[in-house]
Write a protein that binds this ligand. Structure first.
Ligand code: EPZ
Length: 418
């Protein structure tokens, strides 16, 4: 199993370009199943979750051709409209094919995902939403089976709580349903907006993406399109925090600052200088001293849960007490214990972590438990004195493109070892 060997203590300096967004590319690939014509996606990051999604799309029966970050999918026929357990268990986002397959094929079979390191993460909201569009859904042998032999019909969907992939799933189903669909309490994440943009370029009629009410007028078929995936705001946020934590000076290009307002505001409060030299770049410079700030994760445009672990690593070096409250997932503090092994002073009480700083971090052997937790441990290792070994970096490979090459290019001393 691969590990990272990190020699900490070097400030990150220089420039890097953001990769395309993993969480935008995943639903975009699922959306390609909605038409029999070719859809080309540019700027798809080369990360493990995307490779898993491509395996799933091939399994379903679509043709896939790849050329670096450009991927063309042609879903002429879909002989196997299902997401088998072996793929779903390695990547929960496989459930994103449920809506498109039900809409295009009139039937879909998707394995239930089971538990996950960061929380229970059920897909009951996806199921209820599809039922609102007329699908008959049953659960058997660990699979969800959705059936709509005469096609889906538009309806009103009101989510009990905001769900990102749930919104994306039902949006993809609604574009081919007959009549109008209204999605209330929809997720407002930039990835939902990007998906809507792709669907519109394929011929869909969608209004309101990015707000909490999305209206869709179903069409009978969609056509091919070409689409460029948005920059990965979580990758960019991770690099902003890395720059601040290591006392560096970083320029991140090809990014979308508007997607990161909540993080930038918190960095400013902590005393970190973040500027926008151009409309698509961000520069971060670290102060001598960091101030502690409180953070509560929220749905977009609030502070992203996917940046909570990295921000906690930053707060270990800040002066004072920081209260970090996680409201999206019930078990997303696994990194706290590992950070404590590096010298951080963190107490977890239910959904709140209390970080008392500043702590001088020292290198240690730590274990990554999930994607963003592993990013926080890498960041802590970069800031720590001495050597850190981060175990189970397959988690980080799920979602960060060429992470060690990018960090090494900024002066980090990081090496992958087997
Ligand atoms: C998406 O997951 C992201 N994944 C996650 O990215 C991200 O952390 C999360 O949104 C929140 O922003 C992708 O986009 C592929 P949710 P998703 O449905 O859609 C509960 C990363 O590190 N819920 O918005 O699965 C759920 O348990 C990750 O890249 C239900 O109860 O998250 C959670 O508590 C991991 N029933 C809350 O809602 C459902 O049917 C929000 O989850 C669906 C969700």
């Amino acid at each position: 199993m691969d590990r990272f060997l990190i020699q900490g203590g070097t400030p990150l300096e220089g420039a890097i370009a953001a990769s395309g967004s993993k969480n935008s590319a995943l639903p975009a690939l699922a959306a390609c199943l909605l038409t029999d014509q070719p859809v080309t996606l540019e700027r798809v990051p080369q990360v493990r979750d995307l490779r898993t999604m491509l395996d799933l799309i091939r399994h379903i029966g679509a043709e896939v051709s790849t050329d670096n970050g450009r991927i063309t999918i042609r879903a002429r026929e879909l002989p196997h409209p299902e997401a088998p357990y072996d793929l779903v268990k390695t990547m929960r986002a496989s459930s994103l094919v449920l809506g498109p397959l039900a809409a295009r094929c009139g039937s879909a079979r998707v394995s239930l995902p089971g538990g996950c390191a960061i929380g229970a993460r059920p897909i009951n909201l996806h199921v209820t939403a599809l039922e609102r569009l007329g699908a008959e859904v049953r659960q058997e042998h660990g699979y969800i089976e959705a059936c709509a032999p005469r096609g889906l019909r538009g309806g009103e969907v009101s989510f009990d709580r905001i769900t990102v992939t749930g919104t994306e799933d039902v949006l993809m189903a609604a574009v081919l349903a007959s009549g109008e669909t209204v999605i209330n309490n929809a997720a407002r994440e930039p990835e939902v907006v990007d998906l809507a943009r792709l669907l519109v370029s394929m011929g869909a009629s969608i209004e309101g993406a990015g707000s909490s009410t999305i209206r869709v007028k179903g069409v009978s078929r969609l056509h091919g399109a070409s689409h460029s995936i948005i920059p990965d705001r979580i990758e960019v946020g991770t690099f902003l925090i890395a720059g601040a934590l290591t006392g560096g000076d970083l320029l991140i290009t090809r990014c979308e600052p508007a997607h990161l307002r909540a993080l930038i505001a918190k960095l400013h409060q902590a005393g970190v200088e973040v500027t926008e030299p151009t409309p698509d770049s961000l520069r971060v410079r670290a102060p001598g001293k960091l101030k502690s700030v409180d953070v509560t994760t929220e749905e977009h445009p609030g502070f992203a849960t996917d940046l909570q672990a990295q921000f906690m690593a930053l707060m270990t070096r800040a002066e004072g007490i920081s209260f970090i409250t996680e409201t999206i997932f019930e078990n997303r503090f696994m990194h706290a214990q590992e950070l404590a092994r590096m010298g951080a002073n963190i107490r977890v009480e239910g959904r709140q972590a209390i970080v008392a700083g500043p702590s001088p971090l020292s290198g240690a052997q730590v274990i990554a438990s999930d994607l963003r937790a592993s990013a926080s441990l890498v960041l802590a290792g970069l800031a720590a004195q001495g050597e850190t070994i981060v175990d189970r970096v397959y988690h980080i490979d799920r979602g960060y493109e060429k992470i060690e090459a990018k960090l090494a290019g900024l002066g980090a001393r990081i090496r992958r070892i087997s």
